[in-house]
Unconditional design. Structure first.
Length: 644
């Protein structure tokens, strides 16, 4: 049973499998039976099947019991049947019935020198294999995100993230292994894992598919936790309490595999793609494609972009089987314009024709994951949800008077009957990060603070939130100024902070997906907007919804790895937009933006902080004290201003 079949079988059952575990199963003489045993005994709470989840002793014992049972039945059928069965057993590995049959079976399940069993590789054998690692990796494999082999010096030492309550994570690679400064530089092409015996013989590791529930937007989403009552809140996706990042190199590979697997599955529903390795060194028949050649499709992660001397663009696409160059001609205006907006590390599909020598694809179409045109909006909910972010309590520029006016509105204390009526319909308040200004976020920040202790900042914020009517359910997600790890995805605020706040608040991580009485809202603070503004033509801070639009076209909240956003390499990519939500709520850039795209409402809420010295230097004009209020029934948006 080859590894591709193992991965496919595991994916059909809703799991992923690590390369080590797949190699261990593949190495068995009875790999099919071993895989069946693993899938029948694995704990349902496991997301990725690792080598330690494979109980070889238990499998050997089950086979011995099974064959012994068959022998008992044969004995009752007569001597001739018993003889026949015994003869058949001689051709089945592991059918011996000796005193050490279990241990013998374990030995048969392994391969001589199996790296996953104790003391399997030792001494000069191990050294000899290590000496020839570089000879085992073809040129096309060098720098692959999906390679599980090791390149000495490819990554710097792990650096723990800063921030209160931070977890140890790996910082983005820098120097020779990092991202090039120009847009034409290579992506994270040196994200290798630490040396592992499994990677020495086979440099590439196939991507394992995600759970079935993550493969399409129509799939059910598991519930993390739920809060009942007249204004129910269901948390559907949240990193809090589920972080697996401990700073190991292999986690980079696992992270990119999960990203590729889930996004490629979305694209695969729209095109019939083939593995990249199938294109190399073969001829393609004449057909209806460019210049009569056959048109084919591939799906890959953008690992590099460059421009030819004639002004054409070349993309390097990578999948678990290899990499392949794709040419986009400047004469194809729309296609060339789309290619100029592509980002390193995003997953796309490409259709085109391959040159006669099988060394280059001439693109005729680029497919992004995007939101399907058939995306339907949920209906039936009533009331309003208020979307805010970037409160920045503790800052000298915190607009307290405007904030108090906002609290008066929520309490129904207004001279306007229309505002009183609207306030009575508010069921939810969602805060997308930066509740406080924090400490040490940027140099000399203390000069712009009125509260110098971060915990005092949160205590002051808690006082404000105690004034909000108790029937309003509040959801708070952190941002880069909050007291959590700086690397994303970020967990919810710690208990030491949460204990000061009222009980009608649900604290979630960043990003997180919540369901508010049937309306799904994807909450993300929006740090990646900085990357999108710097990399995508036409995206600006003054129109932040345009940046969110770029996210949803890529079905990913932070498509560029290793740039301004520090991303912890979790086993699951929490930034993938799947399922498609009704509303995406972001903040971070202190400007207001509202846009609709294929029945998805995109909202970037403003701020409660006036222009800071830093914003003056970069000529950024914030839009403070402007609050979008969304009708849950028809998703109509009303902007309320509290700065007047």
């Amino acid at each position: 049973m080859n590894e591709i079949n193992i991965i496919r079988a595991v994916a059909e059952e809703g799991y992923q499998i690590s390369p080590e575990a797949a190699e261990l199963i593949k190495a068995s003489d009875v790999s099919g039976l071993l895989l069946e045993y693993v899938l029948s005994t694995i704990d349902e709470s496991v997301f990725v099947i690792e080598a330690e989840h494979i109980d070889l002793a238990g499998f050997a014992a089950s086979r011995v019991e099974g064959v012994a049972g068959a022998t008992d039945v044969a004995g009752s059928m007569g001597a001739s049947s018993e003889s026949a069965i015994s003869e058949e057993d001689r051709n089945v590995p592991g059918s011996d019935f000796g005193r050490d049959s279990v241990s013998d079976e374990i030995e048969r399940l392994s391969v001589s020198g199996d790296p996953f069993l104790p003391d399997a590789v030792s001494g000069p054998v191990s050294d000899a294999v290590s000496d020839h690692v570089s000879d085992q990796v073809p040129d096309s494999a060098a720098g692959s995100k999906f390679v599980s082999g090791s390149v000495p010096g490819a990554l710097p030492d792990p650096v723990p993230a800063s921030g209160a309550g931070s977890d140890p994570v790996l910082s983005a690679p820098s120097g020779p292994a990092g991202r090039a400064n120009s847009a034409s530089g290579s992506g994270n092409s040196l994200l290798f894992s630490a040396p592992s015996p499994a990677s020495r013989d086979r440099p590439f590791s196939a991507v394992s598919s995600g759970r079935a529930s993550a493969s399409s937007s129509s799939s059910p989403t598991s519930v993390v936790r739920s809060i009942g009552g007249p204004n129910p809140v269901t948390v559907l996706s949240d990193i809090t309490g589920h972080s697996t990042c401990v700073g190991e190199y292999m986690q980079f590979v696992q992270y990119f595999r999960d990203r590729y697997s889930r996004l490629s599955e979305i694209i695969r529903g729209r095109i019939n793609a083939r593995p990249i390795e199938s294109l190399k060194g073969r001829s393609f028949r004449r057909g209806r494609g460019e210049k009569g050649s056959e048109e084919i499709s591939i799906i890959g992660m953008v690992s590099d972009t460059s421009t030819t001397t004639n002004g054409h663009r070349i993309l390097s696409l990578e999948d678990p089987t290899g990499s392949f160059p794709v040419l986009i001609r400047n004469s194809e205006k729309e296609l060339f314009e789309l290619s100029s907006r592509l980002l390193l590390d995003e997953v796309i599909g490409v259709t085109g024709s391959v040159t006669n020598d099988g060394g280059l694809m001439m693109a005729s179409k680029i497919i992004q994951p995007d939101v399907p045109n058939s995306a339907l909006r949920r209906t039936g909910a009533k009331g309003k949800v208020v979307l805010i972010s970037d409160v920045h309590v503790g800052s000298a520029q915190f607009m307290e008077d405007s904030w108090l006016n906002f609290l008066d509105f929520l309490k129904g204390d207004s001279d306007s009957e229309a505002l009183k009526k609207m306030a009575g319909e508010v069921r939810y308040l969602v805060v997308a990060g930066d509740l406080v200004d924090g400490i040490g976020i940027y140099p000399d920040q203390e000069k712009e603070l009125t509260i110098l202790d971060v915990y005092e900042q949160y205590r002051k914020a808690a006082e404000y939130f105690w004034e909000i009517p108790k029937h309003i359910q509040i959801i708070i997600s952190p941002g880069n100024h909050d007291a959590v790890r700086q690397a994303e995805p970020q967990p919810a605020l710690p208990e030491r902070i949460r204990e000061h706040f009222p009980p009608n608040i649900t604290f979630v991580g960043n990003p997180s997906l919540v369901d508010l009485d049937g309306v799904s809202i994807l909450i993300y603070h929006g740090r990646s907007i900085d990357d999108l503004v710097a990399s995508v033509p036409g995206v600006s801070y003054q129109e932040p919804a345009g940046a969110v639009l770029e996210m949803i076209k890529r079905r990913h909240l932070a498509p560029m790895y290793g740039s301004r956003v520090s991303i912890a390499p979790e086993k699951k990519d929490y930034f993938i937009i799947d399922p498609v939500p009704d509303i995406i709520h972001t903040g971070h850039v202190h400007t207001l933006g509202v846009q609709r795209y294929k029945n998805v409402l995109l909202v970037n809420s403003g701020t409660w902080q006036a222009q800071t010295e830093f914003q003056k230097r970069v000529n950024l004009m914030p839009m403070p004290a402007q609050v979008p209020v969304v009708d849950l029934a028809d998703f109509g948006v009303t902007i309320l201003k509290f700065d007047e």
